[in-house]
Write a protein that binds this ligand. Structure first.
Ligand code: NAD
Length: 491
């Protein structure tokens, strides 16, 4: 069985306290590797390495050179994309059909920010003061602590790391305790690409130990966090004690809204993709399906028919549509919410139980599940489940759809299905979400900013906005003459 150590200052190191924990394959249930269980002492070592790199060799490297390193890294990711994808499938049960494309696509984030590294310009500011030159410089923040969840470890890391490195920061990363392996398997590529030691470090372990130690370390300038709103709030509160820069990519309960004028079949497929892709374990899951009442019954009928035909089983098979739930606590959470929905009076029209049919192995399969008769104030409609569980809510008018769509604490994403261009524009203005898809769902790109409104987070990743999250602006004033006319009066 493989042992994964911490990656600190370009070296593999054992946990100082000598503790390890198991990582499991959610499909087979087998423990396939042991992961170093970090503590504050390991975090101190990693932050020290990242601080030295930031003040030393990394600081000497030009933005153009950083860009070249990121481009080289992108090539290596493409070369190793199959290997990295397979590690994710083994560790978190994501489908190989999705991962084979996702790990390759991830390279584009490093390439995009590699290109952007030497194009972030300050400006010369026209000054109202005589005899001074005033200009701005964009500078990195320092050591960035990056904390990631288990659902797409490498891709979500890329959204942070590519931008942060391009901006000139260094990093201490803590992947989820459930899926640490792929981040560690990724590390040798930094060395091969030519990054100096200490620029990127990984300490594995649990949120309360390693995560909290990173957040509270005085030499960590910024925290980039992706995870649940509950943990995000704790991180935000702890970071506030030291006035750190924080970006939070949190959960969602996204409305996927189908109007009666939609392309019916496209909308059905969009609803399926919104909730059953990745076994519903995506922050952008369209887990609240709002369907106009006039087409509600026929839409649900077709939805059930398509969902029922999904192939459940081995995530390593290219033919599988729905894999296992990634973690045991998450599996239990999905089953608990099925019970809550039933108790609250929703009608289960598909699934609603653990799945043990053809293709199932291990203990973490849940049937694709659809509830109708849901009202928006039920817990199943308000709380993020993060599993293959869809609730369908009928609505009558466009105004109802907007009201119900926005009647939630989250604001990560939404989908709208309509052929009416005027309605599409109105919905884009009224829905309070960071990402809106019209007649499509689940599209993301390195070119486009992504992030949440309301309880779904703070800050943006990807696109040009993404690099600014990892920079601060300095205003520099230079006087042409050295004399100070009256030192007791502001210039
Ligand atoms: P989680 O909040 O339980 O854990 C996320 C990470 O935070 C893990 O590495 C964990 O160890 C760490 N952590 C937990 N408590 C901490 C603390 N007090 N201090 C520091 N670190 C701590 O989330 P999860 O179950 O791993 O992931 C699922 C959640 O992530 C869902 O809510 C999902 O919507 C969200 N998510 C959001 C996005 C986005 O981009 N908005 C993307 C993917 C997932």
């Amino acid at each position: 069985m493989k042992n994964y150590q911490h990656y600190i200052n370009g070296e593999w190191v054992n946990p100082i306290d000598g503790e390890w924990f198991d990582t499991q394959n959610p499909y087979t249930d087998e423990v396939w590797a042991r992961i170093a269980r970090g503590t504050e002492s390991d975090v101190n070592l990693a932050v020290s390495a990242a601080s030295s790199a930031f003040d030393g060799e990394w600081n000497e490297i030009s933005a153009t050179q950083r860009g070249k390193l990121l481009n080289k890294l992108a090539e290596l990711i493409e070369r190793d994309s199959v290997r990295l994808g397979e590690v994710e499938v083994r560790d978190n049960g994501k489908l190989i059909a999705e991962m084979s494309a996702q790990t390759k696509y991830m390279a584009e984030w490093y390439r995009y920010y590699g290109g952007l590294a030497d194009k972030i310009e300050g400006s010369v500011i026209p000054s109202d003061k005589a005899g001074v030159l005033n200009f701005t410089r964009y500078e990195p923040l320092g050591v960035v602590g990056m904390i990631t969840p288990w659902n797409s470890p490498l891709l979500l890391l890329a959204w942070k790391l590519a931008a942060a490195l391009a901006a000139g920061n260094t990093a201490v990363i803590k992947p989820s305790e459930f899926t640490s392996a792929s981040t560690l398997e990724f590390m040798p590529l930094f060395e091969e690409a030519g990054f100096p030691a200490g620029v990127v470090n990984v300490v594995t372990g649990f949120g309360a130990d390693v995560g909290a130690s990173i957040v509270s370390h005085p030499s960590v300038a910024a925290i980039a966090f992706t995870g649940s709103d509950v943990s995000g709030q704790k991180v935000y509160e702890a970071a506030a004690r030291q006035i750190k820069h924080v970006s939070l990519e949190l959960g969602g309960k996204s409305p996927n809204i189908v109007f009666e004028d939609a392309d019916f079949e496209a909308a059905v497929m969009g609803a399926i993709s919104g909730i059953f892709a990745a076994t519903g374990q995506t922050c952008i899951a369209g887990s609240r399906l709002l369907v106009q009442r006039s087409i509600h019954d026929t839409f649900v009928e077709r939805l059930v028919e398509v969902a029922r035909s999904a192939t459940i089983g081995d995530p390593m098979s290219m033919d599988t549509h729905v894999g296992p739930v990634t973690t045991a606590p998450q599996y239990q959470k999905v089953l608990d919410y099925i019970e809550i929905a039933k108790q609250d009076g929703a009608t289960c029209v598909l699934g609603g139980s653990p799945y043990s049919g053809p293709g199932a192995r291990g203990k973490q399969f849940v049937e694709p599940t659809i509830f109708t008769g849901v009202s928006n104030n039920m817990r199943i409609a308000q709380e993020e489940v993060f599993g293959p569980l869809l609730c369908v809510i009928p609505f009558d008018t466009e105004a109802d759809a907007i009201r119900i769509g926005n009647d939630i604490d989250f604001g990560l994403a939404a989908g709208v299905w309509t052929q009416d261009i005027g309605r599409a524009i109105r919905m884009s203005e009224k829905l309070r979400v960071g990402t809106l898809w019209i007649n499509t769902y689940r599209a993301v790109s390195y070119t486009s900013p992504f992030g949440g409104y309301k309880r779904s987070g703070i800050g943006r990743e990807s696109g040009i906005e993404g690099i600014k999250e990892y920079m601060q602006v300095k205003s520099v004033w230079i006087a042409q003459q050295t004399s100070v006319s009256n030192p007791f009066i502001m210039r």
